[in-house]
Design a protein around this ligand. Structure first.
Ligand SMILES: O=C([O-])CC(=O)C(=O)O
Length: 233
């Protein structure tokens, strides 16, 4: 069933069990998490951080809005808890400025860990000063109506990625990736293994011990007909 087939609703309940892993997910970062779940869950690269160096992970609270309208976003605010990441989606593409200083300040006061907006944000000078990491598609001062209807805490598509309430949303300078809550433990374990492998490789590289291309990559070059031309004598 899609969101269009259920009547406009606000679901208060969010399964935040995977949220216990948030700190570790934030440490892994977006690229590692994306790789560790089979290169899935990544939002469109147009969804960018407002402030370089931002990093967050937390369970999603979702809202699905009419384009150019933020009533459902406003309705989602008092369902946000400590550590949550509010994900703002729209029923059709929108670049309107759905969030400004007021909404960001409310989120901070509620202890939210971050905000992802698949549309525009405004008051960005103030937003950049607030300790709330924000990712958005664009910056736009265009104001929004408060008419609705829409949904809070249903599955949504934001930045091209499916997000369900309680899924783990990870954001950093690489963008935003979403981890389905059921697979969070498994993805985290694979991510940690990857970080360990890469740490060994980086140490070898720094010590001048890069082993060169693996036999598999040499074989791939051969298979696709790439020839090595030796230096002329
Ligand atoms: O209220 C709005 O529509 C968005 C806004 O300007 C704010 O959050 O300050």
């Amino acid at each position: 069933m899609t969101n269009h087939q259920i009547s406009p609703s606000i679901f208060a309940r969010v399964d935040r069990t995977a949220g216990a892993l948030s700190v570790e997910f934030a440490e892994l970062g977006v690229a590692t998490v994306h790789e560790s779940q089979g290169r899935s869950g990544l939002m469109d690269p147009a969804i960018k951080p407002l402030v370089e160096g931002s990093r967050v992970a937390g369970p999603a609270v979702t809202c699905l809005n009419q384009p150019g309208d933020n009533l459902m976003l406003l309705a989602a605010l008092d369902l946000c808890q400590e550590g949550d990441v509010l994900v703002v989606a729209n029923l059709a593409p929108s670049t309107a400025g759905m969030v400004g200083e007021i909404i960001s300040s409310i989120l901070l006061a509620r202890g939210a860990a971050g905000l992802v907006v698949d549309a525009g944000v405004r008051d960005v000078r103030e937003l950049r000063r607030l300790p709330l990491p924000v990712w958005s598609r664009t910056v736009s001062a265009t104001g929004t109506t408060k008419g609705g209807p829409g949904w809070v805490n249903t599955p949504v598509v934001a930045g091209g990625a499916t997000v369900r309430p309680g899924d783990i949303v990870v954001g950093d300078d690489d963008g935003v990736v979403v981890v389905p809550r059921e697979s969070a433990g498994e993805v985290l374990a694979r991510g940690k293994e990857r970080v360990e492998r890469e740490a060994v490789l980086l140490k070898d590289i720094a010590a001048g011990r890069w082993p060169g291309l693996s036999p598999e990559l040499h074989e791939q070059l051969r298979k696709v007909g790439v020839q090595r031309i030796p230096e002329p004598h």
